[in-house]
Design a protein around this ligand. Structure first.
Ligand code: ASP
Length: 480
């Protein structure tokens, strides 16, 4: 994965920082007045390439070379970022399918699968609940929506802002709630037509299809199953190769994605909700830098411990990509690469734990849901009972399982949590204003959790390479 000279994760970091700088500059300096100075009086129409109505004067008739260059640079940035994400999504569904089939089938017998599956799910749930409790604790201690941080006028202003945009999310959330009783949600995990599930990229259904197919393969004679497993394995290797090639473009794509996102952020709203954002980010940082490293240190064997440095050095490319894409699903191919080739988790465990985790394991999302729900309750001046708090933890965990790994995947689900504790769902209007920044943080935690659980499960099965073995394997790949 290393280019000569600077290591890939440093290249991506440089792309990320330069992207943030470019985005802030564009956000602060490129205003309506700047557009007018370069001959553009209706920038939205200009950027969208909309023609003015016949018979009317063209407001952008005087757009000159500078305006054309800015438009080109902006479109190019947009194009690079979108193309990169599209290429990753292109790989995401097949990699879940093929690697889970290989993962499950190569675990051999259903008993081993049961053992590894149970361990994996147990760690997923425990870490997610722990993250939600951390979020709840921090939010109760700091009270970001309390009187100390939000004046009565600000309260009214915040709750009124973006109310229109909130309506569509509330409607979507209520639809999900009414359609999805727990029973129905369970039924929906089973695809009526597996090919339709693959075509529409319904990840939980794709996981179900892959696990059952893999399981079926372990139960038929080896002679027959071997062919299928070998084909899936070959396809998986080809996809991994594509990811490796694609990663050389990551620094540029990360620059483009960050510049675009930051340029479009309302930095003033961020100020108003600063304390709330800081509580969420502090909670996420705690999970990422204290909870996971402690968990890894405690559960990896002496002589092959995964410490803070080893964990972050291995996972940096995936984490940086998670920041810029805000999507666990899009980051999945890179998470798998990092877990296997940089952290040393055996292929069969990576292939099983990571695709499953990208779909169901979202500790960052659970923590976010807990802080956000209590914050909105505080804004409305609603006291939460102990039962309410317990139901926040439970719902946050369930929602983390059900949220898709896409940007803003869990915000719609917020409606369900708010209603269950008797808080007006309109409150999500406030949360939406700063969702993107927090989404970056929770996605990093989500994918890091997948790799951490993969490492712990691998260690418990004696399938975690040592650092020296990882280096030797990387050198062998480079030499090949
Ligand atoms: N964007 C998050 C992810 O992909 C999901 C969420 O919105 O919390 O992991």
């Amino acid at each position: 994965m290393k280019k000569k000279g600077i290591a890939l994760h440093w290249q991506i970091t440089i792309g990320l920082v330069l992207g943030i700088i470019a985005g802030v500059v564009a956000n602060q300096l490129w205003t309506t007045a700047t557009w007018a100075a370069v001959g553009v009086n209706d920038s939205a129409a200009y950027m969208a390439g909309t023609r003015h109505a016949p018979g009317t004067a063209d407001p952008n008739a005087e757009a000159g070379v500078v305006a054309v260059t800015v438009k080109f640079a902006s479109s190019l940035t947009d194009f690079v970022g979108k193309l990169f994400l599209r290429c990753l999504r292109f790989i995401a569904v097949p990699i879940v399918l093929f690697s889970l089939v290989v993962g499950v089938a190569s675990l051999g017998d259903p008993r081993k699968l049961g053992r590894i599956g149970t361990k994996t799910l147990m760690w997923f749930i425990l870490t997610t609940v722990a993250a939600a409790v951390i979020g709840l604790g921090l939010s109760n201690a700091v009270k970001p929506g309390g009187d100390a941080f939000v004046s009565p006028e600000k309260r009214v202003e915040l709750l009124a802002a973006q109310a229109a945009g909130a309506q569509s999310r509330i409607a979507a959330g209520e639809k999900i709630r009414s359609e999805a009783s727990v029973w129905q949600q369970l039924i929906d995990v089973v695809p009526a037509n597996p090919f339709a599930a693959l075509a529409s990229g319904e990840m939980l259904q794709v996981v179900f299809l892959s696990v059952t197919l893999g399981l079926g393969l372990t139960m038929i004679p080896r002679g027959k199953s071997d062919v299928v497993v070998r084909v899936c394995d070959g396809v998986q290797d080809a996809l991994i190769l594509l990811v490796r090639a694609l990663m050389t473009l990551a620094p540029y794509a990360v620059f483009a994605l960050m510049a675009k996102t930051v340029a479009g952020l309302g930095l003033d709203v961020l100020g108003a909700l600063l304390v709330y954002c800081l509580v969420v980010l502090a909670g996420l940082a705690l999970v990422l830098t204290v909870m996971y490293p402690t968990f890894l240190w405690a559960l990896t064997p002496r002589g092959n411990k995964v410490g803070f440095k080893r964990f972050f050095r291995a996972l940096a490319p995936a984490q940086l990509l998670a920041i810029s894409s805000s999507s666990s699903a899009a980051t999945l191919p890179v998470t798998m690469e990092c877990a296997r080739d940089r952290l040393g988790v055996a292929d069969e465990i990576t292939s099983f734990v990571c695709p499953l985790g990208a779909t169901v394991n979202m500790a960052g999302t659970a923590l976010y849901q807990a802080v956000a729900a209590t914050f909105v309750a505080q804004l409305y001046g609603i006291q939460l009972t102990l039962t309410d708090q317990a139901s926040i933890v439970m719902l946050a965990t369930l929602i983390a399982v059900g949220s898709p790994g896409v940007p803003g995947g869990s915000i719609v689900m917020m409606v369900i949590v708010l209603e269950s504790i008797g808080v007006p769902p309109e409150g999500i209007a406030v949360l939406m204003a700063v969702d993107r920044v927090l989404d970056m943080g929770r996605t990093v935690v989500n994918i890091s959790g997948d790799a951490a659980v993969a490492a712990v499960v691998a260690a418990s099965e004696g399938k975690l390479l040592t650092e020296a073995e990882v280096r030797a394997a990387a050198a062998a790949v480079e030499a090949a």
